[in-house]
Design a protein around this ligand. Sequence first.
Ligand SMILES: Cc1cc2nc3c(=O)[nH]c(=O)nc-3n(C[C@H](O)[C@H](O)[C@H](O)COP(=O)(O)OP(=O)(O)OC[C@H]3O[C@@H](n4cnc5c(N)ncnc54)[C@H](O)[C@@H]3O)c2cc1C
Ligand code: SF4
Length: 474
Amino acid sequence: MKAKERMAIARQMPVELTVVERLKSFDEIISGYNESTAILEANRCLQCKKPTCRDGCPVHNDIPAFIALLREGQFEEAYWKIRETSSMPAVCSRVCPHEFQCEGSCVRGKGKGQSVSIGMLERYLVDWMVANEKNMNVACAIPGDFKVAVVGSGPAGMSTAYYLSHKGIPCTIYESLAEYGGMLTIGIPAFRLPRTIINAEIDALKSCGVTLHTNITIGKDKTLEELKEEGFGAVFLGVGAQASRKLGLENEESTEGVMHGVDYLRRINLGEAIDLGKKVVVVGGGNVAIDVARTAIRHGSSDVFILYRRTKNEMPASIAEIHHLEEEGVRIEMLAAPVKIHSENGKLTKVECIRMELGEPDQSGRRRPVVQEGSNFMIEADSIIPAISQNVDHGSDVGQEFKLTSWGTYETDPQTLQTSVEWIFAGGDNVLGPQTVAKALYQGKVAAESIECFLNGKDLKKDRTFLCDEADNS
Ligand SMILES: Cc1cc2nc3c(=O)[nH]c(=O)nc-3n(C[C@H](O)[C@H](O)[C@H](O)COP(=O)(O)OP(=O)(O)OC[C@H]3O[C@@H](n4cnc5c(N)ncnc54)[C@H](O)[C@@H]3O)c2cc1C
Ligand code: SF4
């Protein structure tokens, strides 16, 4: 096929549940490509000599190579091409913000073009492997003399344990909650990431000799020093960024009807029944805010809207999520921010807001919201859910003096992820701040190699396969 013919193929759209079907359940919304749409989409790839998509992918998947195999119908080979670099394609293909990562760097997406649907192609291969009952496990290594403790069972901890156990270094993961998976399980709703997918990843870890303990909080039930005394030669910290950032409004933490984004999702995802009432105001413009709003609407709140201080163009959430959100009946109130919580007998009644306008770009490159003085207005509400980012909870640090960054994240060697305590390494959201699954997976992989070097008394920076870019950690 000539490049001109490839350019003429339109981006293939996956099948989705209708809005009515979606709102009745937490079933996965997108059902992916079939064989012919997958091959058609794969034929859109130009097999660039300098594939920029690969640089945009945090785990550096060989995207052109797996697409070339896919379009020849070599689905199993294409799947294993991805597994050379990624431990969790089933998860990444579903939740990666592709438009900001691989697809955002695809040459076909420049200008008014549409990038190759890399995420959907990756997903097709995973689904094909499952449908055809193919073995997706990689053979495990025989355990050697060392053992490593991993704190937190999110993507960063899972990735570290995965790569270490495949090098013959058994790991024990300690998780403070009753469920494994970190934000995959307690944050991202099942309609975006089915629980069967996460459970399959957990089962793969167990089959490789990784021991998992739930309901053990490091820093409370056990200290890091105690783990060392138990014979763990190194520890990986993957505690994420679990503490909700507050709006800083008076009575924010004491008013009934105010609940913070990740706390709401965690409680709901762990099976608690929470009634937010009819009218719900969600504050923020990222994934967490959108997942909160879409979860609330599925749990019976009928009038849910998002309050965002910039415009839709500046929202950090993916375009597809914003589109689904609006389709499902959630309104976005742009250029507005809450300034006061009004209550009666300790229960929220109204949220006082102020209008904003966009000023000059700030450090993030997005235009800064500027208050329009005197533009205050009221919104009646049963609940307000601030979802404006998260901080790292340092409860696990008891007994250790870690160097921290000004953001409160662990300061690590930017290439090896070793913390200021030499036998402790860290990666994922507790180093990067709230980021993405793929970035956490990559840091887990880098930390695993660093830990292997450390345990074997090798130089942490010499002859490495994977290192972090300094820019990744800033
Ligand atoms: C609602 C929501 C939606 C998101 N959507 C997306 C998306 O679509 N795409 C994407 O790429 N990313 C998304 N993210 C971000 C992504 O989930 C995170 O970047 C990723 O999970 C970080 O992985 P982690 O392993 O560093 O931390 P986490 O996933 O936060 O896992 C940390 C784990 O450590 C445990 N822990 C904490 N302290 C202790 C302790 N002291 N002892 C034992 N265990 C402890 C926690 O309980 C948790 O299980 C989303 C996040 C949220 C909250
Ligand atoms: S940049 Fe786009 S067109 Fe080029 S190789 Fe990657 S996916 Fe294919």
